[in-house]
Design a protein around this ligand. Structure first.
Ligand code: BJW
Ligand code: ZN
Length: 255
């Protein structure tokens, strides 16, 4: 076992309160594409060009086509050992809070399967700071409803509309320039402030305000463990930066 892994295991064992920030990389081994870097293009569009209210206003059919594709892709994916380890950590370690930027619902599904029927899985449900891809939100009255997996996005006419006010529905996710749910992001910041350890798993940590989570723990005197195959701007500020895949590294430090 490497010295870094041993050190990371010690930090986890000694921590009294842990906050975990995850990003797209934690779901990469489940087959969900990341946003930046190799494999992130969809039909030659960059995700950053589609995940905006301006893109939806300009071409809702194109944006829905992308989200419909991603919704059905995620429905066919399963949680991987990284999601499962983090769910176990949250269930076993009372003062652990999971915060995810992911909209894929895989942390939620891992919590349900790890807790099975003898534990309360909700302790391992993450704060989903960027929303959930499987929910719709009305662009008129804001009503949230479960999303369908069979969105027909080949023409504007077939896009889904609200049963309440007939406005166009959109995926219930947070796009660039949109405010995050204030309760969810404030709870995340509070968890970061009271944590003596922040695990940062599979995120480039460039998108704010979510990227403030490890910064808040550091500013409050805590430490950071990063798990990512690539160097990020957070690596030099981390006590341990484990360069590897989440599904392989996390079982080594958490189980
Ligand atoms: C592996 C791996 C393996 C691979 N194992 N690892 C402060 C400073 C500068 C800018 C701003 C600021 N505050 C706000 C801004 C603007 C903007 C922003 O942050 N821009 C920066 C990019 C410059 N932020 C916003 O606009 C936010 N809104 C806001 O601030 O509103 C203010 C407001 C207030 C009041 C009224 C109105 C407005 C909103 C941000 C919303 C982001 N939304 C998205 C899309 C969500 C929906 C969807 O999924 O479609 O969220 S963008 C996209 O990026 C998505 C992600 O959650 C997010 C983060 O990406 P993530 O997870 O880090 O993925 P990647 O691909 O970048 O990285 C993956 C990593 O995994 C890589 O490092 C790999 O190496 C690694 N990896 N395989 C472990 N197996
Ligand atoms: Zn409506």
């Amino acid at each position: 076992m490497s010295l870094d892994i041993t050190y990371a295991r010690d930090l986890v064992a000694q921590a009294s309160s842990i906050v975990v920030l995850t990003g797209a990389g934690v779901s990469a081994e489940s087959g969900v594409p990341t946003f930046r870097g190799p494999g992130s293009l969809w039909k030659s569009h960059r995700p950053e060009e589609l995940a905006t209210p301006e893109a939806f206003a300009r071409d809702p059919r194109l944006v829905w086509e992308w989200y419909a594709w991603r919704r059905s892709l995620v429905a066919d994916c399963a949680p991987n050992p990284a999601h499962e380890c983090l769910a176990r950590l949250a269930l076993d370690h009372e003062s652990t809070r999971l915060v995810t930027q992911n909209v894929d619902g895989l942390h939620h599904r891992a919590a349900d399967s790890v807790a099975a029927d003898h534990e309360d899985p909700s302790r391992a449900y993450p704060l989903e700071v960027h929303g959930a891809i499987h929910r719709d939100r009305c662009s008129g009255c804001d009503r949230r409803t479960p999303g369908r997996n069979d969105i027909e996005a080949s023409s504007t006419d077939s896009l889904p509309h609200c049963e309440n006010c007939q406005s166009l529905l959109r995926p219930d996710v947070v796009w660039f320039g949109e405010a995050l749910d204030s309760t969810i992001i404030n709870d995340s910041f509070e968890a970061a402030r009271s944590a003596d350890l922040c695990l940062v798993i599979g995120t480039s940590a460039v998108v704010y305000p979510a990227a403030s989570v490890p910064e808040i723990t550091l500013d409050s005197g805590g430490t950071v463990i990063e798990v990512n195959p690539q160097e990020t701007h957070l690596s030099p500020r981390s006590s341990v930066s484990l360069k590897g895949r989440a599904g392989e590294v996390l079982p080594d430090i958490l189980d």
